[in-house]
Design a protein around this ligand. Sequence first.
Ligand code: 1HN
Length: 347
Amino acid sequence: MYPKTLKHPALAPAYEKIAELSALPLWEILGDVVAEAPTPLGVPHIWRYQEMRAPLLDAGQRISAAEAERRVLALKNPALQRPGISQTLFAGLQLVMPGEVAPAHRHTAGALRFVLESSGGYTAVEGERCVMRRGDLVTTPSWTWHDHENTGDGPLIWLDGLDVPMVNFFGAVFGEEHPGDQQPILRPDDASVPRWGSGLRPYGAAHGKPWSPLLSYPYDRARAALMAASAGDAPNPRHGFKMTYANPLDGGHILPTIAAFLQHLPAGFETTPWRTTEALVFVAVEGEGTAQIGDTSIDFGENDVFVAPNWSPIRLRAGRDTVLFSFSDRAAQERLGLWREEADATP
Ligand code: 1HN
């Protein structure tokens, strides 16, 4: 409870009496409570897709999606006790085998899915099937019904990103199963894409939710936007070419807690160091390169997932032309007025 060396050791007997009253002398611990700058929580780490895929597919033979409810290998930060990839974020690799359904449920935690391997399938969200092709981003916001189905003939694998640790921290965890395995479908597939993703807002209509009404951000559209920026703009020294997945109604983030990004680093491009209070999870969609995160150097290739803890200087270098998807807790931090960045951080 107290630091090893007390600032005022002569007061130790008095502190014992105070502790008996379930109280603490703040003057002994103030340096921990109000530090000058954040201490990174968790460590930089990479999960290589080819190493993760084998045990995931093995689980696919041993336990059904229905039995598992969610067949997910949770990516646990080696320096954290709880199953989070960072102090604030959950990440996992989920597998649905051909013909399988991961049954419908809902929970207060919000989620995104970034598709890594697919020959056909979808996530149904609130009566709408969001088709899952490689590179597609699908969201299942807080308390929305969602189920997954593989309609292809090969494994359907995606990266799950959830705000579970944040929701746990607030003690706001609720969840329930849907009465059916699959929810009723009310609209055409990917209906939210033409409805909300065409640069028009329905006149007078209010969405009224703290998340994007666009539930699917297909990769072909996202990549085309990124490459148009890349062809027309100068690269940002810290990010190369980087786009934010945006709520089309207000330009905000996709979810109230989680922000997502798509980034192009041309072959040979090296970013200058950058650090931010957000914890960032990256997955390489295309290409390969090196990430220097704090003191750790990470070589990444296609589908590898790596994490940069909060306030760790990040430097990215692309070996080949590289596209990175990333998500972070920045949306929550901005809403809370906490988000900060530092551009001249030395790694
Ligand atoms: C969940 O509901 C899903 O619906 C995936 O696919 C991962 C991790 C923690 C808690 C709930 C899903 C999850 C999860």
